[in-house]
Ligand binder design. Sequence first.
Ligand SMILES: Cc1ncc(COP(=O)(O)O)c(C=O)c1O
Length: 390
Amino acid sequence: MNNYILNGEAIMQRRTLFKLAGTTALGMVLAPKLMAENQVPEATSTKVLHLNFNENALGMSEKAKQAIMNSLAIGSYYPDDQRAAVITQLAVKHNVAESFISLGNGSSENIQAAVQALIVKAQNTKQAVQLVVPDPTFNYAELYAKALGVPVMKVPLADDFSFDLTKLKNAAEAFDGVTIFYLCNPNNPTSMITPAKTIFPWIKSFSQNNYFLLDEAYADFVEDPAFETGMTLVKEGLKNVLVTRTFSKFYALAGYRVGYLLAQPEVVEEVEKFISLDNTNLAGAVAAVASLQDKTFAKLSFQSNSASRQIVQNVLTELGLKFAPSNGNFIFHEIKGDVKTYQERMKAHSILVGREFLPIQGWNRLTLGTPDEMKVFVKVLKAFRAKGWV
Ligand SMILES: Cc1ncc(COP(=O)(O)O)c(C=O)c1O
């Protein structure tokens, strides 16, 4: 469990937290008592704000909800048609043939299957294989590689939190075998993009014995025009580029577990061998299709996140707290203090904030909730400043 807590996104941490907090108990019972102790009267929200796991506080599209309710009547059948419909819609969205798409039970499964397929492929040709990741980043690829006994090389971010592409490349060149790069764009926890004009030529400068798993879980939130999806490279025919996406974030369907991988058809075929058969559930499939069709919700999701980002950036600027340029539904910012203490204090005010990502110390990852939620956060943060806590 420590491994999860210390090194990446926290499956165990998330489960433990839910057991401890319930959904409302924390705000109704624990918070008022602790709030009184801390004497920060501005913070009076009794609703727990979940600003810790990069979920989407808007909740899913109403059309997705309706689709789930309609699907109750056919829940006793296998969801083959509905699964196929998700792939059809995704092919339209990304302007590719359906053979470019592999559906996952959340993009976590796509990451797992891609890592496993690439490792097995290298091992079948008697080549050594390693995973190279920037540090910090989302850690599922690392966990799956380690479980298969594959070494993981972590390359610290540059001082400005961008990927250190020179050192990442050196790590591959120093290795006699196949390198799989896992690169999250925008990166989690920094929320920063790596511009296409930097990363595309960099990827193309490698031999085909190196693979690039580009995790674009937060791509739909990106505002910076310097970002471009890695699909561009896949469409150019690169067989060593694999892109993952998810419905968990932008479409607020984290609980329904729908993600996908995009790659050249022969790569998809290899990866699919390691995907659980019939991995898509009916409710997730119909919700995903309805979400893709609901352009009004997509607009709302984007605009709400942008507004929340602006609110938080404004207060951080006002308080002189540094932050990384955010392009996801979260923002990585300085707190000038011990992050664990800060988390506890926020929790005492019914706000569950993210955590520190070592080796970067004194910075916290904050999920962007709704604009109203972020206004509550701003009040509490300002009250913390008044107490000299941040
Ligand atoms: C960068 C990144 N990739 C993938 C995931 C996994 O998402 P899911 O399995 O819900 O699609 C997450 C979840 O937090 C994430 O932050």
